[in-house]
Design a binder for this molecule. Structure first.
Ligand code: GLC
Length: 590
């Protein structure tokens, strides 16, 4: 399964990175010394709520979420207490990869509405003091984009150089791996030009030629268009892939078969990020988050403030845990190794202690539901484990990114049949397993845990038909548990997952210690409990999270719990000692 191993940007780019060799002392210092060294910044303090517009709220009954739908829920979003919204792509797109294939960067996808809807949405968020991040998808566009249509018509088109081509007279192009291509081949032949174009993702997603300064200027112009409208930042999709070595050498041996890591090492990647910063970003008070990849050293390059590139980075090392090696997102029946996972978080937190800034997330549109993946979606533990995971995201050091629906404990839908899926990633991988005569039943079983569509089912607003998402037929089935798991049912219950999330946000806002405080693991080798202290200006908080379905205890030697004050907990009687109930979460002030 060579291809599977190489499919790295979405699930497992960080396989190359090494776990830190942490020692096993009870309290492990991560050398953060934030008191003096971390500059305060609004985007470090923000809680980001990610909205997948296709699945949030449908206003016109076509079964597809849209901008007016989001507008109708602005007050709900405000009520969460979040500070910023990240919108997945809303630009015109034929939707081969649900908006990550853009055919017009300055227009809105028809199904989502119009530019005036967008303007109203932005205004609505701003009136409520909520900032808005747009997805910037510029490693590639859609094959339906006017640039590509012109480029593919003739080698003489001025747009030909906006893309990467291999002329057929030179023979077969040097192999390049593709993420969403059934044959795993990133070159697609185009008859009119008698040449092959490059697509790291699907053939409907041709890669833009960043080596061409004209193309870069087009992108900067487009970014200014959105920034001038007043948006507050960008999430830069697959940005690490933008620069290419156009001599197309064979994959260097040092990459050990990992095309993804090679793609993320283009020769001018950081020159372009610096140029983008100089020409565009530095002129606005906005923030950026990179979909970065690789080890600390690579990711740091994007976010080291002295380099003047981007502000924050998503990293993948922790989110890729718990899959079998060498197989496409196939869950390990043994689950994930909590001790190793903690050490990964400690390593990255330490890396950003004095410069740069990270993000904390457990789900997004490329991941399954956090409850099913990292918690426990059984009726018995849905409530406590959802709250425990929210406690984690909102008490770690790094900007918190929270995925819509997780605030009510939405869980994986676990489709039985391939026909029920929509996602190009799953369909490509299914076709590959099939072509190789692989075990399709086993594949589909694994996908019930890991597929992206699990995280894309529509929002569950109430117990009316389709969970109140749409009066039409939803583009993707609504999880049948909407009858009990929905916003309306939780609004009025002060102990609901939803209200716990709100309370946890308020706690984070009140406690700068949770944002800027030093992070120190406690009882590192405890196999059930993830515990850490956060300290700032003499204040010490202890966060204890039981990741298991059984009671567990931790060694708190060296910590004085005698005067501990409970700040929040997910059980009616929260633990004030190291004895935790199943999936218990508690934050104590020591
Ligand atoms: C990013 C997006 C993902 C998309 C891919 C190609 O990883 O998050 O959803 O499929 O890029 O644009």
């Amino acid at each position: 399964m060579r291809l599977v191993l190489q499919f790295s940007i979405l699930p497992c780019l960080a396989l190359m990175t090494l776990l830190c060799a942490c020692n096993s002392s009870t309290e492990q210092k991560t050398k953060t010394s934030t008191d003096a060294k971390t500059d305060e910044n609004w985007w470090k303090e923000a809680v980001v709520y990610q909205i997948y517009p296709r699945s949030f709220k449908d206003s016109d009954g076509d079964g597809i979420g849209d901008l007016q739908g989001i507008i109708s829920k602005l007050d709900y979003v405000k009520s969460l207490g979040i500070d910023m919204v990240w919108l997945n792509p809303v630009y015109a797109s034929p939707n081969k990869d649900n908006g990550y294939d853009i055919s017009d960067y300055q227009n809105i996808m028809k199904e989502f509405g119009s530019m005036s809807d967008f303007d109203a949405l932005l205004k609505g968020f701003h009136q409520r003091d909520i900032k808005v991040f747009m997805d910037l998808v510029v490693n590639h566009c859609s094959s339906e984009h006017a640039w590509f249509k012109a480029a593919r018509s003739s080698r003489n088109s001025p747009y030909y150089q906006y893309f990467h081509w291999w002329p057929a007279e030179k023979g077969k192009p040097p192999y390049r791996w593709s993420i969403f291509d059934e044959k795993g081949d990133a070159w697609e032949y185009n008859k009119a030009t008698d040449s092959y174009y490059l697509h790291y993702f699907a053939d409907g997603q041709p890669d833009l030629n960043w080596e061409n300064p004209k193309l870069r200027q087009e992108i900067y112009k487009m970014m200014r268009f959105w920034l001038d409208k007043g948006i507050d930042g960008f999430r830069l999709d697959a940005i690490a892939f933008c620069s290419k070595d156009t001599l197309w050498p064979p994959l260097p041996a040092e990459y050990n078969g990992q095309w993804g890591m090679y793609y993320a090492s283009g020769p001018h990647l950081h020159d372009y990020m610096q140029e983008m910063n100089r020409e565009v970003l530095s002129k606005y008070n906005v923030a950026t988050v990179a979909e970065a990849m690789g080890d600390v050293e690579r990711v740091m390059k994007f976010v080291d403030p002295e380099r003047k590139e981007l502000n924050m980075a998503y990293y993948f090392e922790a989110i890729d845990f718990g899959y079998l090696p060498n197989e496409y997102k196939m869950p390990d029946p043994k689950g994930f190794d909590l001790v190793a996972w903690k050490k990964v978080y400690a390593k990255w937190t330490e890396a950003f202690a004095n410069k740069g800034w990270g993000t904390i997330y457990l789900a997004n549109h490329d991941q399954p539901r956090m409850l099913s993946r990292w918690g426990n979606d059984s009726p018995e533990f849905r409530d406590v484990s959802s709250k425990m995971l929210s406690t984690f995201i909102l008490s770690m050091r790094g900007t918190a990114f929270y995925y819509f629906g997780d605030e009510i404990g939405m869980s994986n839908i676990k489709f039985d049949k391939v026909e029920e899926y929509n996602d190009i990633e799953l369909l490509t991988n299914y076709a590959q397993v099939k072509a190789k005569g692989g075990d399709l039943k086993r594949f589909l079983e694994g996908m019930k845990i890991s597929s992206r569509d699990n995280g894309r089912t529509p929002m569950q607003w109430d117990s009316s038909s389709n969970g109140g998402f749409s009066v039409g037929k939803p583009w993707l089935k609504v999880n049948p548990n909407f009858t009990s798991v929905n916003v309306a049912a939780q609004e009025t219950d002060p102990n609901s997952i939803l209200n716990y999330f709100r309370n946890m946000i308020q706690l984070r806002k009140k406690e700068p210690t949770l944002i800027y405080g030093d992070f120190t693991l406690v009882d590192v080798d405890n196999p059930a409990i993830f515990a850490y202290t956060r300290t700032l200006k003499g204040k010490k908080l202890l966060v204890m999270l039981n990741f298991k379905a059984v009671p567990a205890s931790i060694n708190t030697t060296g910590l004085d719990l005698s005067k501990a004050k409970v700040l929040i907990g997910n059980y009616p009687t929260p633990a004030t000692t190291g004895q935790l109930k199943p999936y218990e979460a508690v934050i104590l002030e020591l």
